[in-house]
Design a protein around this ligand. Structure first.
Ligand code: ZN
Length: 126
């Protein structure tokens, strides 16, 4: 409760004006709207190596994901059908592409590992 300075009545705190017409807006300003954004907390680490490490980790994960799941190692070949004069297209695993895929996964793992090392490694002495 608050007391109206004009008529001395007890007024609920959540009322902004009294029955007598007194406005409490000055003494009890309404909660200001947050027009200013909250102060941005400084990043946990401003170490550029951590940023680079994070990028490397993300890049490595993308590489691994692409080569592990998105890389098509199947190729279409024409397989002659015995006793027929035509060939049927068939999808077979291509060894070269499969090797590319393994290399891609390994490169991705190496890149993300390098990123992790960058993040985890202690900062060099200044
Ligand atoms: Zn009043």
């Amino acid at each position: 409760m608050k007391t109206c300075p004009q008529c001395q009545k007890q007024i609920d705190d959540d009322l902004s004006s009294c029955q007598c017409g007194h406005q409490f807006s000055e003494a009890f300003p309404p909660t200001p709207l947050r027009t200013q954004s909250a102060p941005v907390a400084p990043p946990a680490s401003a170490d550029p190596r951590h940023i680079i490490g994070g990028i490397l980790v993300a890049l490595g994960i993308v590489l691994v994901a692409y080569f592990a799941f998105g890389y098509d190692t199947m190729i279409e070949v024409s397989v002659p059908v015995p006793d027929h004069t035509y060939s049927l297209p068939e999808h077979v695993q291509n060894m070269g592409l499969e090797i590319n895929r393994i290399i891609g996964v390994m490169v991705g793992l190496a890149v993300s590992l390098a990123g992790f090392v960058l993040i985890a490694a202690p900062s060099p002495k200044k």
